[in-house]
Ligand binder design. Structure first.
Ligand code: FE2
Length: 411
């Protein structure tokens, strides 16, 4: 979660338990901030019988069913959607803007987007990535919530390319902002893709090979939320060992294995490794117990399915910029954190994973350049007052971690 938000008092509470516990321990203090809505699978009678329910919860709308999630089954995009690049740009590269945790609608988001727009023109960017927390604080209220305009379309006007979007914990808020306690909320972001020229999210997890017919690079977008939500999942479908997460894991394993792309890039909201305050998967926010809050099952998935098979894991969640070093632990996979496109970190390195470069205090974004012979990550910091970007770091890869059958085909 973010600096101005709540951290659960212990791991794996349900939202109902968390809210009740807060009420009992903070008597006389300010009321706990909630989203004003109840996840569809929370038992209403139980919730309203809790110590904190009160009149506000009693007044909530109820019974609006959300369609079952589509998983990896793609849904059609907007008829006038910006097309995916099918050829390298004039520099012989596929150039990709990387942003994360951008959806505030405030000045910093606009400043980062304006700075990125200039760099996108100069670098002939043909694709963009949004690494989750796309709509702060509570995620969209409907498939056509005006927040999609205010916190995505308007800031990013002029960056007229497809945006590969992944879900963040705020996009899946339940009763508590940013809890990740209602994954079904993410279906609204899948539905929005049907009407946006930019927003690409054909399903909750998906892959995009470029070029489609003879891929040089393939992006694998995953939904990390139910494996690392701040609260225990109530809906059996989304529990850590439930059908949704089993299906996603199986899909990713098969998709990575089947990919013929030279470069493979996993994009997800929650990082595997992280030097920022939220920490790494398996011990998020200091929790090392339970199935959810610590992210222990996301850690297992990264280590068993992704490490040594993907070249990069691109993540947000922490509002920092980090280009961590590939190590034996990662099987040669490099973790990149890019979650400072609207919010900023606390300036401190809380952990000491080897880093090629990191900035824990400034806003910024990155540009990924993909060519046959090299993968280049360029990190930019942004001065919000001037809306100008500064190139702060550049890292290059020349050897894919696992190029598969097509190794060297594009060199
Ligand atoms: Fe987040």
């Amino acid at each position: 979660m973010c600096d101005d938000e709540l951290i659960p008092p212990r791991a794996d509470m349900t939202e109902e338990q968390w809210v009740r516990d807060h009420s009992e321990t903070a008597a006389g203090g300010p009321p706990m901030r909630t989203t004003g809505r109840v996840p569809r699978f929370v038992n209403r009678r139980t919730l309203l019988g809790g110590a904190v329910a009160g009149a506000a919860l009693a007044a909530l709308p109820w019974g609006a069913e959300v369609p079952a999630s589509a998983g990896a089954a793609p849904r059609p995009g907007a008829p006038d959607a910006f097309p995916f690049p099918q050829h390298p740009n004039g520099n012989g590269e596929f150039s990709v803007l990387i942003t994360g945790d951008a959806g505030t609608g405030d000045e910093a988001q606009y400043a980062v987007a304006a700075a990125a727009r200039d760099v996108c023109r100069a670098e002939q960017v043909g694709l963009a990535v949004g690494l989750g927390d796309n709509i702060y604080e509570n995620g969209p209220e409907s498939d056509d919530d005006s927040e999609f305009q205010d916190k995505f379309e308007k800031p990013n006007t002029g960056i007229d390319v497809p945006w590969l979007m992944v879900l963040g914990n705020h996009d899946c808020s339940g009763l508590i902002p940013g809890s990740g306690g209602d994954p079904s909320r993410g279906d609204r972001e899948v539905a929005y893709a049907k009407t946006s020229r930019r927003w690409y999210m054909p399903s909750r997890y998906y892959s995009v090979p470029l070029p489609a017919a003879d891929p040089l690079v393939e992006f694998f977008a995953i939904d990390s939320i139910p494996w690392s939500s701040y609260v225990a999942q109530v809906d059996p479908y989304y529990q850590w060992d439930g059908p949704y997460m089993r299906e996603q894991r199986s899909w990713l394993d098969g998709a990575l294995k089947a990919s013929r792309a030279r470069w493979k890039i996993v994009i997800s909201h929650h990082p595997y490794l992280n030097n920022g305050k939220h920490g790494s998967a398996g011990s998020y926010d200091g929790f090392e117990v339970g199935h959810y809050t610590s992210g222990v099952h996301l850690k297992e998935m990264y280590e068993q399915v992704v490490c040594g098979r993907a070249d990069l894991i691109l993540s947000g969640h922490d509002h920092t910029l980090q280009v961590l070093e590939p190590t034996a632990r990662t099987g040669g996979t490099r973790q990149v954190v890019c979650g400072a496109s609207a919010k900023t970190g606390d300036g401190k390195a809380h952990f000491s994973h080897p880093a090629a470069w990191q900035n824990l205090s400034d806003n910024g974004f990155m540009v990924l350049k993909v060519a046959g012979a090299r993968l280049t990550i360029a990190a930019y910091t942004v001065d919000v007052a001037t809306r100008k970007a500064t190139l702060a770091h550049r890292t290059r890869h020349t050897t894919p971690v696992a190029a598969g059958d097509r190794a060297g085909a594009h060199v």
